[in-house]
Design a protein around this ligand. Structure first.
Ligand SMILES: *[C@@H]1O[C@H](CO)[C@@H](O)[C@H](O)[C@H]1NC(C)=O
Ligand SMILES: *[C@@H]1O[C@H](CO)[C@@H](O)[C@H](O)[C@H]1NC(C)=O
Ligand SMILES: *[C@@H]1O[C@H](CO)[C@@H](O)[C@H](O)[C@H]1NC(C)=O
Ligand SMILES: *[C@@H]1O[C@H](CO)[C@@H](O)[C@H](O)[C@H]1NC(C)=O
Ligand SMILES: *[C@@H]1O[C@H](CO)[C@@H](O)[C@H](O)[C@H]1NC(C)=O
Length: 449
């Protein structure tokens, strides 16, 4: 006679259960699996009891059911709201934007930065380390909240972490001479080319690098390195002991970095640099940095963790330049490596290397997408990036100061070139010149601060 249908959506398993009440003799009977009432029915407990026993007076029973019905839409709305939130969570979960694992990684990274800043603060307490520590504590609390409340904005958190990390890197204890006075001065002008010459081997070698030893002050040691094999690999570096010899292609020595261009110690890409009689370059087909000492012929290798290689993150402004994933630079005190990682979304990462130990001492992560620049160079701990203006003009448009972790986006220093493509740019702290491998041409410029 009375058939009541209660349709309840149970959130946890999102299953619906239909409950039928039946009149039998003088009582109403129905079966209910009570385990479905675990949520959120504390407000409906009384009703539940009534439904379960089905023995109340009809009026009372109807009244209860009416109440239930009145409350059902409310309950349903709540459930929908929760389901909607879970859906978003699910989406983020399945599309990889969020997972507990990411949170754990975030936490771990935070912990590492914290330890590093703690250490720095212990050795040299100052306002910056103090501020960093309190910001790190805030960030840690936020991550804890993300765990607790499923409140998350992972991307924002990652950005914050990157900035904190850059600041931590910049205030780490570093050699005294690292903060050389020059870092405060930003490049203001680049001259017209003071040297222009075709490389000494062939006009068809459009990729490579050239320059002057970035450390030796007592000697003019010029070098040129052309990539063969599809502008990808190389195994010799041509060395000259004077500018006159270089200009005349005279008295050079071809130093063998590896026995062949397909040897595991061969050079890949045009990021090579010569510093203190040592060639630093990307090792053949791996995310490793090699150093080859031309006096001792010793080769060392070092893993560059997460670096994109094999045209994953080349320099690409205007048109992509193959095999430019890893760019080495040098200044008075250190060798720098410029690359990009997936973790930093393809944006440029700068690491400072100890040239003798060949290990990384500092790493900064910039917001500059590596594919959006033509080439980079370092002056006094400041990274500069250029972009293509036209066939005969290039422009420095960006700088990142590793001593402050700050980016400068307002630069506009143009300079001339003779051909559209740039395979390598490097700055030499000994003579203050900027060296460019411009398709097959070798150019040098004076710089002004
Ligand atoms: C009651 O529901 C739970 C979960 O929905 C289920 O595991 C259990 O087997 C059910 N019990 C009966 C008697 O149907
Ligand atoms: C749904 O949830 C959000 C936040 O969790 C809350 O602000 C909103 O009032 C809820 N809406 C309903 C209908 O409960
Ligand atoms: C930082 O140092 C303080 C005390 O000096 C210590 O309590 C804390 O655990 C340290 N934190 C980390 C992450 O090492
Ligand atoms: C340059 O190389 C020599 C010999 O390998 C080494 O003794 C010296 O310390 C190096 N100088 C610098 C500044 O790295
Ligand atoms: C670099 O290597 C040297 C010697 O192996 C070690 O003493 C030093 O701590 C290392 N530096 C870093 C930053 O790993």
């Amino acid at each position: 006679m009375f058939i009541y249908l209660l349709l309840l959506t149970v959130i946890v398993t999102v299953e619906a259960q239909r409950v039928t009440g039946q009149q039998k003799t003088d009582s109403c009977l129905c079966k209910i699996n009570s385990s479905i009432w675990t949520f959120p029915a504390f407000r409906f407990e009384e009703v539940t009891r009534q439904v379960q026993i089905c023995e109340d007076a009809l009026n009372e029973f109807t009244e209860k059911v009416r109440n239930t019905n009145a409350e059902l839409p409310l309950m349903e709305a709540t459930l929908q709201n929760i389901s909607a939130r879970l859906t978003a969570f699910d989406y983020l979960h399945t599309s990889g934007l969020y997972s507990a694992l990411h949170l754990r990684q975030l936490n771990q990274e935070l912990e590492e930065i914290h330890q590093s800043v703690n250490e720095t603060h212990r050795q040299n307490p100052n306002k910056e380390t103090h501020n960093l520590l309190s910001e790190l504590n805030r960030a840690k609390n936020d991550v804890q909240r993300m765990y607790r409340d499923d409140f998350f904005n992972l991307e924002t958190m990652k950005k914050r972490l990157r900035d904190l990390n850059n600041r931590a890197q910049s205030c780490k204890t570093i050699p005294n001479d690292f903060r050389s006075s020059c870092h405060k001065r930003i490049l203001t002008r680049i001259s017209s080319p003071s040297i222009t010459k075709l490389n000494s081997i062939s006009k068809s070698y459009i990729s490579g690098a050239w320059g002057r030893d970035a450390l030796l002050t007592y000697k003019e040691r010029y070098w040129e390195h052309c990539l063969v094999s599809g502008n990808k690999h190389g195994n010799t570096i041509r060395v000259y002991n004077s500018l006159e010899d270089f200009m005349a292609d005279n008295n050079y020595k071809d130093e063998e970095v590896a026995p062949s261009y397909s040897h595991e110690n061969a050079v890949q890409g045009s990021g090579t640099i010569l510093y203190n009689n040592t060639v630093f370059y990307q090792c053949y087909s791996t995310a490793e940095i090699c150093s080859f000492n031309i006096m001792t012929h010793e080769t060392k290798r070092m893993q560059l963790v997460d670096a994109g290689i094999d045209n994953k993150f080349p320099f690409c402004y205007y048109s992509c330049r193959d095999w430019t994933d890893i760019d080495l630079e040098a200044d008075q005190d250190a060798v720098w490596v410029i690359y990009a990682t997936e973790e930093n979304h393809g944006n440029i990462v700068v690491s400072r290397l100890d040239p003798l130990e060949l290990n990384i001492t500092h790493t900064w992560k910039t917001h500059l997408f590596k594919r959006s620049v033509t080439s980079t160079f370092m002056v006094c701990g400041v990274l500069y990036a250029t972009r293509y203006v036209n066939t005969y003009q290039e422009e420095v448009f960006y700088a990142f100061d590793t001593t402050t972790g700050k980016e400068i986006n307002t630069l506009s220093l143009s300079f001339e070139k003779v051909s559209p493509g740039i395979a390598n740019l490097n700055y030499n702290p000994v003579d203050g010149k900027l060296y460019m491998y411009n398709d097959a041409y070798l150019l040098a410029y004076d710089t002004f601060f």
